[in-house]
Design a protein around this ligand. Structure first.
Ligand SMILES: [Zn+2]
Length: 634
């Protein structure tokens, strides 16, 4: 190992090693590779470049809360969660794209935080007295440390956690910090795995003891309906808290080893799916649980936080189904709520979204601007927090296995570099237009022949999946599991995967159907008229009005796929790389209510309207859409 590292130099050593859990923590199924080990390629790199050229790369130039006046840069302005949220997404975007302009921006925030720890250990602006924003900045600093090896990070964390351990009894967690305790435990365990200081495990227990009992909430789930507006102050039903809490039970299992903790995540996901699930992979929350009606919304913060929680859960538990779920959110809900150029986003997205405009919709308690696209619709939390979605996905596509192998936990064009087997440096190049296409090619390049296992997630939907090594087909490929290929790998070895993507349908609210193909969900392409509401610096707020009808009932037996070229913006109406045509008939009784699609008729439905051919495009491309369709029986 040492010899290899000396040949490849320290830069490689800093990048190569995943850090395993230290006893008495339970072992992970997989270990995240340090930030920078997995690089985006192909369309995914282009997507990150679009993001860098959009709000993420420019917002600090004109949005006051992330300007030089931020408390997190020593100014007198916003001193709570927004600076840390921005760092948490800017850092991985900067280091994954290698964009020096972004790295310089990220360093400004990091350096201020590292240079301004108080003598007693407190971090961040002194104006902030809330434990919560510090959870986020610690997560951001951990990523930065992995990308750079900066020696200032770990001592800062050690001093801060010692301060917190001393003061938590007299100054316990309150409000948001109570419901998000796991987001600090994550970093407490990260540090413990690096320095072995057992007092950190006591701190983790203290945070857990003062935190909300998410496991009890899902062991006996009482919130089975849309939350009433007057109950919209209960932080247990808050969408973003729930999204963050998707990592709570798995993380806590690392500490306790208790089977009930390990199994609680599936209870959480089953309950959220059953009572609040939406076709694009996320649960409704506008701002609290909002039921299964596809005209309810989901906040962007809940989308990116669910993704990060699932990435964390995947590492800990190694369940292939978590990868399916992660891709469903990442390739549908995430792009569906941004403008194609990533200069605008929504606060709330709807599965059935027929108009994005200032309007008093049927949200639990969000405001009239919640579904317009823009800089700061409804509330600015997402404006600060949305940046982590794409880059953390890219960084998580590959993970290390405890026995020296590598695992593809989600798919996308990428290149992973790590030490494998006996420590041999290996690069795996993943060439694919997934999720738009069925094939994935892996080129495995160890520095010398090396034996290690390659674990490849076979999605549950991929019936008939094929895998071949150097042209030789493998047998017994099972869906919903990891395929393990344990062999001596030589430079130039090639693995080919094919995940067949026939069109399929799934059933949702009021027995509606959604059309799916591979990990993508498809939505009615509706003509869009974009009207600018206002300009703020280089960003603008937009309303979007439909120019074509939306109230169709689908004839699900008539679906046909047409692949189109994959361009620079696959998540745009014009650039959609796949279209599905279907037969449908208008349903005149289905009309808008409060500018949302009105009550979804229970299917099957009947209508005397003439048959038409409609076009479906990926959910992420359709900014106006019907996703949960009423349908006509054959
Ligand atoms: Zn938000």
């Amino acid at each position: 190992m040492k010899l290899v590292l000396s040949i490849f130099g320290l830069a490689f050593a800093a990048q190569a090693a995943a850090v395993p859990n230290r006893p008495p923590l339970q072992p992970n199924a997989f270990y995240p590779l340090p930030l920078g080990s997995v690089k985006p390629r192909g369309w995914l790199l282009e997507q990150l470049r679009i993001q860098a050229g959009g709000l993420t790369g420019h917002i600090d130039e004109f949005w006051p809360d992330l300007s030089e006046n931020s408390g997190w840069l020593g100014g007198s302005g916003e001193s709570w969660e927004r600076g840390p949220y921005y760092m948490d997404g800017l850092i991985p975007l900067a280091y994954l794209t290698g964009d020096q302009r972004l790295i310089a921006k990220a360093r400004k925030w990091i350096d201020w935080t590292l240079d301004h720890q108080q003598p007693d250990g407190w971090i961040g602006p002194t104006k902030n007295q809330d434990w919560w924003p510090n959870y986020v900045v610690l997560k951001a600093l951990a990523q930065y440390q992995e990308a750079t090896g900066d020696k200032r990070v770990i001592p800062l964390m050690e001093k801060y956690f010692a301060y917190q351990a001393k003061h938590l009894d007299e100054r316990p967690l309150k409000e948001w910090a109570v419901y998000r305790w796991h987001d600090e435990v994550l970093t407490v365990l990260w540090l413990y795995n690096r320095n072995g200081d057992k007092s950190l495990l006591d701190l983790a227990r203290k945070l857990h003891a003062q935190g909300h009992d998410w496991e009890a909430q899902f062991a006996d789930f009482r919130y089975r309906e849309k939350i009433a507006r007057q109950n919209g102050s209960n932080l247990a039903t808050h969408g973003v808290n729930n999204a963050m809490a998707m990592k709570a039970a798995a993380l806590w299992w690392l500490v306790t080893g208790d089977r009930a903790d390990r199994e609680n995540l599936s209870l959480m996901l089953e309950n959220l799916d059953r009572f609040h699930g939406q076709p694009e992979g996320i649960f409704s929350a506008d701002e609290h649980y909002a039921g299964r009606d596809p005209s309810q919304g989901t906040e962007l913060c809940a989308v990116v936080e669910s993704m990060f929680s699932l990435e964390t859960d995947m590492a800990i538990l190694g369940d292939a189904a978590l990868g399916d779920r992660l891709e469903r959110i990442a390739y549908n809900a995430l792009p569906g709520t941004f403008t194609p150029d990533m200069w605008g986003h929504q606060y709330d997205q709807q599965a059935n979204q027929i108009e994005c405009s200032l309007s008093n919709r049927n949200w639990v308690n969000n405001g009239p601007a919640s579904n317009i696209f823009g800089l700061e619709p409804n509330f600015g939390c997402c404006t600060a927090n949305m940046h982590q979605g794409w880059p953390k996905l890219a960084a998580s596509l590959w993970m290390a296995t405890p026995d020296g192998g590598l695992a593809a936990v989600a798919y996308g064009p990428s290149e992973a570099s790590a030490a494998a087997g006996d420590g041999t440096p290996v690069t795996i190049e993943e060439t694919t237009d997934y999720p738009f296409r069925e094939t994935i090619a892996l080129s495995v390049r160890p520095a010398k022949p090396a034996r290690f296992p390659l674990l490849l997630r076979i999605p549950a939907w991929a019936a008939g999946a094929n895998a071949a090594v150097n042209g030789r087909a493998l047998e017994n490929i099972r869906t919903g599991q990891f395929l393990r290929i344990d062999r001596v790998w030589n430079a130039g070895d090639r693995v080919e995967l094919r995940f067949p993507m026939p069109v399929r349908t799934s059933h949702w609210y009021n027995n509606s159907v959604a059309v799916e193909r591979g990990p993508l969900v498809y939505s009615l392409k509706i003509g869009e008229s974009w009207r600018k509401l206002k300009q703020t610096g280089p960003a603008a707020d937009w309303e979007v009005f439909p120019t074509t009808p939306w109230n169709y009932a689908l004839m699900p037996q008539s679906l046909e796929v047409k692949e189109k070229p994959l361009g620079r913006q696959p998540f745009s109406v014009e650039g959609a790389p796949v279209e599905i045509t279907a037969k449908a008939r208008r349903l005149p009784s289905w009309q808008a209510v409060d500018d949302s699609a009105g009550p979804l008729p229970v299917s099957p439905v009947t209508t005397k309207q003439p048959e038409e051919t409609i076009t479906l495009i990926p959910y992420g491309a359709a900014k106006l859409r019907i996703t949960a369709f009423p349908w006509i029986a054959p």
